[in-house]
Design a binder for this molecule. Structure first.
Ligand code: RM4
Ligand code: MN
Ligand code: MN
Length: 431
């Protein structure tokens, strides 16, 4: 990393305190995995190549739909947001890219933004469009929809915005656009359910036509909110149907917080992978109807089962396996940098546990209908404390053995509170 965001030697000093213990724990776990026929170094090497993108909106303090409680030193624009993302990457080493959201991250000088990121040693992941809010000076309102609006002029405006996002993304070096729309209805009778989907597909085909050859378009579904009766792209079935109609570059994005409470998300993942339509993820966790809690904070087992399917899918089709991993969360009561560090670590830990699974044994037990032993293979992997593997991978990549401790020791937020302008109290909204 060129623009050092951490004080010189801080990570080294922090790691020196913890290295002996880490080596001891890593060796012990290595012996345990060895006895099971696994290789800790193989898993560690896989983790070193594993990355999950940070959402630019995730470094701001957002959280609930009802209020925003700013913290001193929080970033106030995309340039400052990139610095906070660079801190997460410096400490955790598994988040080398940022997923931007427009117009929230809009700047006059895109080249300056790209250079800022380059200086910080970070790249850009998928761009996200926003037709779920009206912007100051915007000619037409999205109150009754955007890509699916009954008025073609509103649809044109929303299509144009998505194409502009692609243009910005091209300048930044992104290779995908994620389209999530809030379109839907709040009353039976408000909307023609079939007509709305037809209009969506028509608008999306126009955006699709503007995709560069090597780009992908991620279709993100969400069961409800802000529409509470019907959502146009409500579920993975609709998403898959649309992706199949639109073409090869269109794929489905699974946001973990966007399903009905009891839905079997890991099975959705398996289905989409089989259909070669698994575009990527927005990781977060959810207890009720929310979609902003830190990854793995509520249901780490589900996250593990999702990664279990991902490891299976990659084994089946290594060439076609290319899901984009991104976090999507917003924070109300935590420092976003700490939450993002924890979330990224939870995602990597789920991946590590899935790599611990004895796949040959699992396959044999499934074939023999040995229910308990099949389940126990998964349980044994899930019960493995993989934290020494994550810490060793981070350490070898130059990151912190204990990222949160190093972050606190850096006093980053207190220093930024001196430099950054305060965010106004009472400013509501998701970012
Ligand atoms: C939505 C959805 C989108 C994200 C916005 C902020 O619920 O998850 O991915 O762009 O929130
Ligand atoms: Mn999302
Ligand atoms: Mn969401």
């Amino acid at each position: 990393m060129d623009d050092a965001v951490m004080p010189p030697d801080l990570i080294e000093r922090e790691n020196a305190i913890r290295l002996d213990a880490l080596e001891d724990e890593y060796e012990s776990l290595g012996r345990a995995l060895d006895r099971r026929g696994g290789s800790i170094d193989r898993i560690k090497d896989a983790l070193k190549g594993f990355a999950v993108a940070i959402p630019s909106w995730g470094v701001g303090v957002g959280g609930t739909r009802f209020a925003k409680f700013p913290i001193a030193g929080e970033p106030t624009n995309i340039f400052e947001k990139l610095e906070d993302c660079a801190v997460v990457q410096a400490l955790g080493r598994n988040t080398p890219t940022v997923s931007t959201h427009f117009p929230w991250d809009k700047v006059d000088d895109v080249t300056a933004l790209k250079e800022k990121a380059q200086g910080l040693g970070i790249g850009f992941d998928a761009v996200n469009s926003n037709t779920f809010q009206d912007q100051p000076g915007q000619p037409l309102s999205y109150k009754y929809g955007s890509l699916t609006h009954t008025d073609p002029a509103v649809r044109d405006q929303a299509v144009r915005h998505n194409i502009e996002c692609i243009e910005i993304g091209k300048a930044l070096g992104s290779e995908a656009i994620t389209v999530w729309i809030a379109d839907g209805s709040n009353f039976p009778g408000q909307s023609d359910l079939t007509g709305a989907l037809d209009r969506y597909l028509d608008s999306m085909a126009r955006i699709y036509a503007a995709l560069p050859a090597d780009w992908r378009m991620f279709i993100e579904h969400k069961l409800y909110e802000p529409a509470f009766y019907s959502t146009v792209v409500s579920d993975w079935g609709t998403s898959l149907m649309c992706a199949q109609q639109l073409g090869d570059k269109a794929q489905c994005l699974v946001d973990l917080g966007h399903h009905a409470p009891t839905v079997n998300i890991e099975q959705i993942v398996a289905r989409l992978a089989r259909a070669k339509k698994l575009g990527g993820f927005h990781f977060n966790d959810s207890k009720y109807g929310d979609d902003d809690l830190d990854s793995g904070s509520i249901n780490p087992h589900q996250l593990f089962l999702v990664f279990n399917e991902l490891v299976e899918a990659e084994r089946r089709d290594p060439a076609g396996f290319r899901p984009a991993y991104m976090l999507d969360q917003s924070h109300n009561v935590t420092d976003p940098i700490e939450s993002l560090l924890n979330s990224a670590a939870a995602v990597v830990a789920a991946h590590a546990r899935a790599l611990v699974v004895d796949r040959d044994a699992l396959g044999e037990h499934q074939q023999a209908n040995d229910v308990v032993m099949g389940f126990n293979v998964l349980r044994r992997a899930y019960d493995t404390d993989v934290t020494p593997i994550l810490a060793m991978a981070r350490y070898e990549l130059g990151g912190a053995i204990d990222p949160i401790a190093a972050y606190r020791a850096s006093e980053w937020r207190a220093r930024k509170a001196q430099e950054r302008k305060p965010v106004a109290v009472g400013q509501a909204g998701i970012v």
